[in-house]
Design a protein around this ligand. Structure first.
Ligand code: NOJ
Length: 514
């Protein structure tokens, strides 16, 4: 028999190890940490990942419909979002899950081609509008605030054929679409997000082949995309600011994917900083810095490389002076999607590790994740919560402490209801976020990715991010809460992170008031 005192010490030790990253301001470890008053909780999804009904009721084709239909096996399991979670029909169950979790808000995105089947404002699809009205009204019935993303990667295919984000006219096309969304839903939607993760749109979709439309024109298209997308974002921001803010009193910002880059050695400090600037400074700097414009290091490096490579001008397009002013300050908050980190070292060898030209070659760095970093089902997703703290503090220091909403954070598994790995990930990251808040970072909301499993882009349904599991064999796409859903619910209810809370996972209920 092992004596109780030994078991007790062991439990204490294990719990100490698992929370040893926690660094509250008094230097003590806290097993229960409270969130600031008014701190908000939500979960997120995106239209193509959950809605299905890809061609129902007048919706037209978007770039993900097009790509997955033309070339199904670019997706790991040769799947697509034709039905996905069928939220177009199951939205009432989605709202019921939000009530079960006790959410303050729910972040979802609008499908441009569902609302405007021609891509342009000449024809509004009433059935598509009705779907979003029903969803929004159902949420508001239970005091769940909608947080609406205008663009989460599903560009109308017709606009892609016109060049998509590489065509500067998209600034007007996006502005027209945004105005219609504000007009239709602005009386009830108080949180607007213009774009989700421009980095992934431009680098992966235009520079490489890891997102639709897979242009693979690296070193050129990703920079054209970045500039046009930023000006289009600013256009939507100014339309809201000038035409709707006084009327509806909402708030509008942009969501960026932030990833920490840590120097591999002391000598690599500048390399890691360059990588941070290339990966996300390219979007944060123009909007949130005092001077606006692309980060100086990018302008210098890309101009020099372009000249040496025989280009007539820098491959990084320039903003005009008016555009710099138009984009600067065009966000009420910084929407931050945060997942993982990399180590970085400098590599200026003429034998580039990367394609030439490409944005990876332009920055003269190599990034990688050490083999001993633990992670989820997604190759890139390693659990490194200390990096979340560092990123939040850098944003606080470098960009005058903007309001930050964590618009996504989450973890992938291959499925199953007992998701202790996800729970550990969420707790560690939230702990790190609380450290940053205690050290002055202005973080006001946390959004778990995702409410439920969904179409994980190139990985199809092989990676699961949901607090709720979705059964893709059942016609109604039955949703079942995972253990993490119970943990998240308790966090929202108690307004605290409790490292030792063990839920009863037998029944999920809706608490009074929801
Ligand atoms: C960020 C994207 O916004 C979301 O669509 C995606 O599913 C998650 N990351 C997980 O990869």
């Amino acid at each position: 028999m092992v004596p109780y005192s030994v078991i007790f010490t062991l439990i204490l030790l294990t719990s100490y190890v698992s929370v040893s990253t926690s660094k509250a301001s008094d230097g003590m470890r806290h097993d229960v940490r409270h969130f600031p008053d008014g701190f908000l909780f939500g979960t997120a999804t995106a239209s193509y990942q959950i809605e299905g009904a890809w061609n129902e009721d007048g919706k037209s084709e978007n770039i993900w419909d097009h790509m997955t239909h033309e070339n199904p096996c670019v997706i790991d399991d040769c799947s697509n979002g034709d039905i996905a979670d069928d939220s177009y029909h199951q939205y009432k169950r989605d709202v019921e899950m939000m009530r079960e979790l006790g959410l303050h808000y729910y972040r979802f995105s609008l499908s441009w081609s569902r609302i405007l089947p021609t891509s342009f404002p000449d024809k509004i699809n009433e059935a598509g509008v009705a779907y979003y009205n029903n969803l929004i009204n159902e949420m508001l019935k239970y005091n769940i605030e909608p947080m609406v993303t205008l663009y989460h990667w599903d560009l109308p295919q017709k606009l892609q054929e016109l060049g998509g984000w590489a065509n500067p006219h998209i600034v007007d096309w996006f502005g027209d679409y945004a105005r219609i969304a504000f007009e239709l839903f602005g009386d009830r939607v108080k949180y607007w997000i213009t774009m989700n993760e421009p980095r992934e749109v431009c680098y992966q979709g235009y520079g490489y082949t890891t997102k639709a439309p897979r242009l693979n024109i690296h070193g050129i298209a990703e920079y054209m995309c970045a500039k046009n997308l930023l000006v289009a974002h600013a256009k939507a921001y100014h339309i809201y600011d000038e035409e709707y803010r006084a009327l509806y009193g909402g708030t509008i910002g942009i969501t960026l994917s932030i990833t920490w880059h840590e120097p591999e050695s002391e000598d690599d400090a500048q390399a890691a900083e360059d990588e941070n600037q290339f990966e996300w400074g390219i979007y944060v700097h123009p909007v949130f810095s005092v001077t606006g414009d692309f980060p100086p290091v990018m302008k210098e490096k890309i101009a020099a490389k372009s000249a040496a490579q025989g280009f007539a001008r820098s491959r990084l397009p320039e903003f005009t002076a008016e555009e710099i002013e138009y984009v600067r300050g065009s966000s009420d908050f910084l929407g931050m999607n945060y997942y993982t980190a990399y180590l970085v070292y400098r590599n200026e060898s003429v034998y580039s590790a990367h394609a030439v030209p490409s944005f990876y070659d332009d920055m003269d760095c190599v990034r990688y994740q050490p083999a001993n970093w633990e992670g989820g089902a997604s190759k890139w997703l390693k659990k490194v919560s200390w990096s979340f703290y560092k990123s939040l503090m850098k944003i606080k220091e470098d960009y005058n402490n903007p309001i930050v909403y964590i618009t996504e954070n989450g973890y992938s598994t291959t499925g199953g209801l007992d998701d202790d790995d996800r729970i550990l990930y969420i707790r560690e990251y939230i702990d790190a976020m609380l450290d940053a808040i205690e050290d002055g970072a202005n973080v006001q909301a946390y959004t778990a990715w995702s409410l439920m499993d969904n179409f994980e882009w190139m990985q199809g349904y092989t990676e699961r991010f949901g607090l709720y599991e979705v059964d893709y064999q059942s016609p109604e796409r039955t949703r079942t809460p995972r253990k993490s859903a119970f943990i998240f619910k308790e966090m929202v209810r108690s307004h605290a992170l409790d490292w030792h809370y063990e839920p009863d996972t037998t029944v999920m209920t809706i608490d009074e008031g929801h």
